[in-house]
Ligand binder design. Structure first.
Ligand SMILES: Nc1ncnc2c1ncn2[C@@H]1O[C@H](COP(=O)(O)OP(=O)(O)OP(=O)(O)O)[C@@H](O)[C@H]1O
Ligand SMILES: N[C@@H](CCO)C(=O)O
Length: 305
């Protein structure tokens, strides 16, 4: 990232001049910088992969979240009202820099996130957000089609993946309430100050989906200790979520399947990005951990809720 590009971007805001910038993460899709200016510290994100339309959707949602006081790192509006600045590096967006850390898993941090997911689930759906879920049963089927030609021969993983997809198929197509879903609420996509939730970040995969998707994913993120579902954290999650939005009888009857789907969806994400073909020990270990968690899921723990 050059000073010239940052100056060009900052010229669109009332944020002063750049003093220093430090890369926080540089992935396939995004590059994030902590940028200190003469006026304040912000987060500068270069979107290398996302389509402009998807970024615009995300900006609209962020604006909505801000008006609802949902804890997030909001995107900053330029002087001309726009949110995105094109550059030779990709589309650039500036967000609030939120001071915080990944949380410890405990009853307080679990209840904070359950409350936030409940608030998100209550947001009325606006037609303009009608964008499909990138991680879905269709993605699982697409991955299954790719398996015969996959370069990595993880046959035990693939056998499990196919069986689990078929096991979950009915639940994933069931007629359940839909709404705004983040899709990846794990601790590394949240910022806490101690036990207090300051922001849920990374809304780029948000979509309109069955609300149970966020319930299942977030339980995977915040209620598993040593890869085992913790009964008391699960209870805190469900009770706190329901203070914002009551789960229907149907949703509760699918709870175990959506907890399994929260893990299976992450397995699908890793296979697609790009574990089918490119060896990656960390991703392989993560996938095996998620498989073990599904295999060992104690139905009684879920039913006790
Ligand atoms: N608005 C923000 N304020 C403060 N820190 C942030 C903010 N956004 C992101 N970060 C920090 O930067 C790190 C990377 O951010 P993020 O997870 O959004 O990037 P990413 O490119 O999607 O990376 P990954 O694919 O590894 O999740 C986060 O772990 C977080 O600590
Ligand atoms: N959150 C995922 C990866 C996709 O961000 C995981 O739990 O492995």
């Amino acid at each position: 990232m050059t000073k010239e590009i940052i100056e060009e971007v900052l010229a669109n805001y009332d944020l002063g001049d750049p003093i220093e910038w430090k890369v926080l993460s540089s992935g396939f899709a995004n590059e994030n910088y902590k940028l200190v200016t003469t006026k304040e510290t912000v987060l500068l994100r270069v979107c290398k992969q996302q389509e402009r339309e998807a970024i615009d959707f995300e900006m609209e949602l962020m604006d909505r979240l801000k008006s609802e006081h949902f804890p997030s790192a909001y995107s900053r509006q330029r002087k001309d009202g726009k949110f995105v600045t094109p550059s030779e590096k990709g589309e650039i967006v500036i967000y609030d820099f939120v001071i915080g850390k990944e949380p410890q898993l405990n009853s307080n941090t679990c209840s904070e996130i359950a409350n936030a997911v409940g608030i998100l689930s209550k947001l009325p759906i606006d037609d303009s957000y009608a964008k499909p879920n990138a991680v879905s049963i269709d993605l699982c089927d697409h991955i299954i089609e790719r398996i015969p030609n996959a370069k990595n021969r993880f046959d035990d993983i693939y056998e499990f993946f196919i069986e689990e997809t078929n096991y979950l198929r009915e639940a994933l197509t069931a007629n359940l309430p839909k709404g705004i879903v983040h899709g990846d609420i794990f601790p590394d996509n949240t910022l806490y100050d101690g036990d207090d939730l300051k922001a849920v970040i990374d809304f780029e995969e948000f979509c309109v989906e069955r609300l149970m998707f966020d319930v299942g994913v977030t339980i995977n993120g915040f209620c598993f200790i040593d890869n085992k579902l913790d009964e008391s954290l699960l209870k805190i999650f469900i009770d706190t979520y329901q203070k914002q939005r009551k789960l229907t009888e149907d949703e509760l009857s699918y709870l175990d399947k959506y907890i399994r789907w929260g893990a299976q969806a992450m397995i699908a994400w890793h296979l697609q990005n790009n574990l089918l073909d490119i060896p990656n020990e960390k991703q392989e270990a993560r996938v095996r951990e998620l498989i073990d968690r599904i295999k060992n899921l104690d139905l009684q723990t879920v039913k006790n809720n």
